[in-house]
Structures are given as structure tokens and as C-alpha cells.
Design a binder for this molecule. Structure first.
Ligand SMILES: [Zn+2]
Length: 360
């Protein structure tokens, strides 16, 4: 019998090559780098008819135990894919239990916390990841602690608090919140679930690729998404790479990362403003910890980085709303990026990853 994904997985450092067992206390490499997950996965069957929605639908291709995925399931995934004309589609990830695509990753990190016997998860986040993790943790019977950097939007914190998360504030630069969260995760039974660091978060966002492949019946020509820490882009890349490696697909979609004029490190531009003052707060990340991997994934697919202005994002948000789609500014940035594509070969799928109520 072949080992289950949970038995065959290990953690590996992309910076220094060190390897580790998956363990409750292993948040990052000793050298400080985030860790990658190495696992033996199986092809997905040709038909998934009759399977449940959510991550368990793709059990062969996600390195988490099905029982844990089922316990952490709160309704994330299988979001609508709507045609918008001229070969463009929007993937409506803002229709998700807590209103953002982060629910996919939160379901996955909650599942691994359950597998490891954790009683608490801790995360550093100023927004959607905090709400997503808090909801999934409480649903699965775990305590959630959220470490919040200075200037985090109040509406988003109120959401995490409503689910019952304990809020710990960490004044100082954004990086300080991650340090405090990692320190707290040294507590007994506590798992660090930061979406920029945990490779299991990317196991969750892989589901985006599998769903689009199912819904479209093909690999899209391009995928357009806002990128901050890259926790969607890297999962989408891993998902399509899995489909190609197992023979289900013959190519990869071009990955198009959209960033804001105010903060576009992927385009080699320094941040102009402090993070929390930016209109597109969800992608105001001046130093993504997995920047090398993000740039490599874009290059491997022949993709590109597109930079948009706040004025373009505002127009895109209004334009989407006039089609009945109300999303937050960060999500609208992806739609604003669409006209900038250097190669419009379709179909093109644009992710709308956060609901309008997040930033009324
Ligand atoms: Zn290392």
C-alpha cells in the first residue's frame, strides 16, 4: 500500500536545503526562511462527480488527511466562475464563508493543526487571513490568537474578534507581528499558521487551480490576481503544476501578478507609502518572504507583473459593482490589471478574492 500524503511529507528549506519533519513547533527554518512542503501526491481521477466540495474533493493532490479536511470544512471552495465577455472570466472567491479567498488556506492550516494535535492556532495578520483563520479554528474546536500590526483596518479585526479570536497587538514595523506570533507559537499545543510562512496554506490555495480546471474544462490562457505575499499565486502555480506533472494538463497558464503603484516590489519598485495607508491594503507588502519563489513561478509560466494606479482600481471597483459584483479594493486591482496584459490569449480568469463589505 502506498503511504498516505500525511505519512510521506517533509519540510525543506529553499534557501539552505535543511530538511525537517512536519511538527507542531516547526514554523520556519533555523536560517529564518519559510519552508517548502515536499510530498508524494497522486493524480486526480478523471471524474470527480459525486465528491463533496471543499479541499477533500482533491484529496489525492493535497498533502493533508481527509478526516482533518472534513473537520475543518466551513464551506470554502467551488466558488462561481462567471463569463464576462471577450474570453474573460471572473472567479468569485469573495463568495466564501468569511468573504475572502484566504478561507481556502485557513481550511488547510486548520486541518494540519488538527492532525498535529494542536489546541490553538496563532497567526499574524492585519486583515482577511485573521478573520479566515479565526472562523475555521473556532469551527474545528481550536482557540485562535491573532497578532495584529499597527494600523490594521478595524472592520477586519472586528470580524476576527466576533469569531472569538484573542487579539494581541504588536506595535512597530509589520515584521514585528510575525516575530511575536512565532514567539507565542512556542506555547504548548500552539501551531503557527501565518499565511506567508506556512506551506500548508498553499496546499489550500491549490484547490483554486483544480476548480478552475474542472469548471472551464481546460487550462486557462492566463490567470490574473493581486499579489502581496503570494499565498494565492504560489498555490495556483502548485495546483496547475500538479495537473501538468500527472498528465491531466499539457501546459501551465500564464500567471499575471497585479500590484499597486504604491507598493510593487515584484516590479522592482520600492514602497512609496507605509502599508496601512494604501487603498489596496491586502497587497501592501513591501518585502514578500517568498519573493524568489513568486518571481520564479511567474517566469516559469511566461507570465508578467502588472502595476495599476489607485484611480484604475477605483474605476474597476465601480465597473464590477455595475455588473452586480461588489468587491474590496485589493480584489478590484486584478480587474484593473486585465487591460494591461501583454498577451490576451484566452480564456483569461481574473480572481476576485475579497468581498466589498471588507472595505465599505
Ligand atoms: Zn534554511
Amino acid at each position: 500500500m502506498s503511504p498516505t500524503p500525511a505519512q510521506s511529507r517533509r519540510l525543506r528549506c529553499p534557501a539552505c536545503g535543511a530538511e525537517y519533519e512536519v511538527a507542531i513547533s516547526r514554523a520556519a527554518c533555523q536560517c529564518g526562511s519559510p519552508l517548502d512542503l515536499v510530498s508524494e501526491l497522486q493524480p486526480l481521477p478523471p471524474s470527480l462527480a459525486g465528491r463533496p466540495f471543499g479541499l477533500a474533493r482533491y484529496a489525492e493532490a493535497i498533502a493533508l488527511a481527509p478526516w482533518a479536511l472534513e473537520r475543518a470544512y466551513l464551506g470554502a471552495g467551488m466558488t462561481p466562475l462567471l463569463p464576462m465577455g471577450q474570453g474573460a472570466f471572473v472567479k468569485c472567491d469573495f463568495i466564501s464563508p468569511t468573504g475572502s479567498f484566504k478561507d481556502r488556506g485557513a481550511a488547510a492550516v486548520t486541518a494540519v493543526a488538527l492532525e498535529l494535535g494542536a489546541v490553538e492556532v496563532v497567526v499574524d495578520s492585519s486583515g482577511n487571513a485573521a478573520a479566515a483563520l479565526a472562523a475555521h479554528a473556532v469551527h474545528a474546536g481550536l482557540k485562535a490568537t491573532v497578532v495584529v500590526p499597527e494600523g490594521a483596518p478595524e472592520a477586519k479585526l472586528a470580524q476576527a474578534q466576533a469569531y472569538g479570536a484573542e487579539i494581541v497587538s504588536a506595535p512597530g514595523p509589520r515584521e514585528r507581528a510575525a516575530e511575536v506570533a512565532k514567539e507565542l507559537s512556542g506555547r504548548r499545543g500552539c501551531y503557527y499558521a501565518g499565511h506567508a510562512f506556512s506551506p500548508f496554506f498553499l496546499e489550500g490555495t491549490k484547490s483554486w487551480a483544480f476548480e478552475v480546471f474542472e469548471q472551464l474544462g481546460a487550462v486557462p490562457g492566463a490567470v490574473v490576481m493581486p499579489v502581496g505575499n503570494g499565498s494565492l499565486l504560489l498555490g495556483v502555480f502548485a495546483g496547475f503544476a500538479h495537473l501538468a506533472a500527472t498528465g491531466a494538463a499539457s501546459r501551465l497558464p500564464r500567471l499575471v501578478a497585479v500590484q499597486s503603484e504604491g507598493c510593487a516590489p515584484l516590479a522592482g519598485r520600492p514602497a512609496l507609502l507605509t502599508g496601512h495607508s494604501l487603498y489596496t491594503d491586502g497587497i501592501a507588502i513591501s518585502k514578500p518572504v517568498r519573493m524568489r519563489a513568486i518571481l520564479d513561478a511567474i517566469a516559469a509560466t511566461g507570465g508578467e507583473v502588472v502595476v495599476v494606479s489607485d484611480a484604475e482600481v477605483k474605476d474597476a471597483r465601480l465597473s464590477l459593482a455595475s455588473s452586480g459584483l461588489w468587491v474590496e479594493p485589493t480584489a478590484a486591482a486584478a480587474w484593473a490589471g486585465l487591460p494591461h496584459l501583454s498577451d490576451g490569449q484566452g480564456p483569461v480568469v481574473v480572481n476576485l478574492g475579497g468581498a466589498g463589505f471588507k472595505r465599505p
